[in-house]
Design a protein around this ligand. Structure first.
Ligand code: SF4
Length: 164
C-alpha cells in the first residue's frame, strides 16, 4: 500500500480543530507509519505540494489569502475534508458578518496584513468538499473514523462515554 500523502490547511479560526487531532495520542504513531505529512503547521514548506491524497482544512474563508490557499488545496487534493464548525458552517469567524464595520482595513493594508473578504463563509461555498467533520472541535474519534479506513488500519475501540 502506498504511503498516504496528508496535508493540513488552517484558515480563519483558532487552530483548535487540528489540535484535537493531536489528542489521538499514540494512535498517531500508526498514522506516521503509513502516511507522510506533506504540508501543514508542522512542516517547513513554503510551496503547496502536488498530489495530496487527503487535505484536512480547518477554519472558515475570511480573507483573500484564505481563498487562494483553499483553491490551491482543492486543485491538488483527492479528498478535501472540512474539519470543524468554522470550515463546515462559518461558526465564530462568521460572527463578523453581522455587520461590524471594518475599522482596521486601512491600517491592515498599510502593514501588509491579510485583506478581509466582505463576508466569512464556510469552505463549501467556494470549493467542492468531499467530507465534513462537524464539531468545535471534531473529536479524535471523528478523525480516526475518517483516516483509519484510508490507511488500512483500525480505529481504536473506545467505550462509549458514560453519564450519571
Ligand atoms: Fe476553533 Fe471551533 Fe473553529 Fe475549530 S471549529 S477552528 S475549534 S472555533
Amino acid at each position: 500500500m502506498n504511503r498516504l500523502r496528508l496535508a493540513t490547511l488552517s484558515l480563519s479560526g483558532c487552530s483548535g480543530c487540528l489540535m484535537s487531532l493531536l489528542d489521538a495520542d499514540a494512535w498517531l504513531a500508526e498514522v506516521a507509519a503509513r502516511a507522510d505529512l506533506v504540508h501543514g503547521a508542522l512542516v517547513d514548506a513554503k510551496d503547496w505540494p502536488k498530489e495530496i491524497d487527503v487535505c484536512l482544512v480547518e477554519g472558515a474563508v475570511g480573507t483573500e489569502g484564505d481563498l487562494r490557499w483553499l483553491q490551491t488545496a482543492r486543485r491538488s487534493s483527492r479528498l478535501l475534508v472540512a474539519c470543524g464548525d468554522c470550515a463546515v458552517a462559518g461558526n465564530v469567524p462568521a460572527l463578523r458578518n453581522a455587520g461590524a464595520a471594518d475599522l482596521g482595513a486601512a491600517a491592515r493594508a498599510e502593514q501588509g496584513l491579510p485583506v478581509l473578504l466582505p463576508c466569512v463563509r464556510p469552505i463549501h461555498v467556494h470549493v467542492k468538499v468531499d467530507r465534513f467533520l462537524p464539531g468545535c472541535p471534531p473529536s479524535p474519534r471523528q478523525y480516526q473514523g475518517l483516516l483509519a479506513p484510508l490507511l488500512g488500519i483500525s480505529a481504536p475501540v473506545v467505550p462509549p462515554a458514560r453519564f450519571g
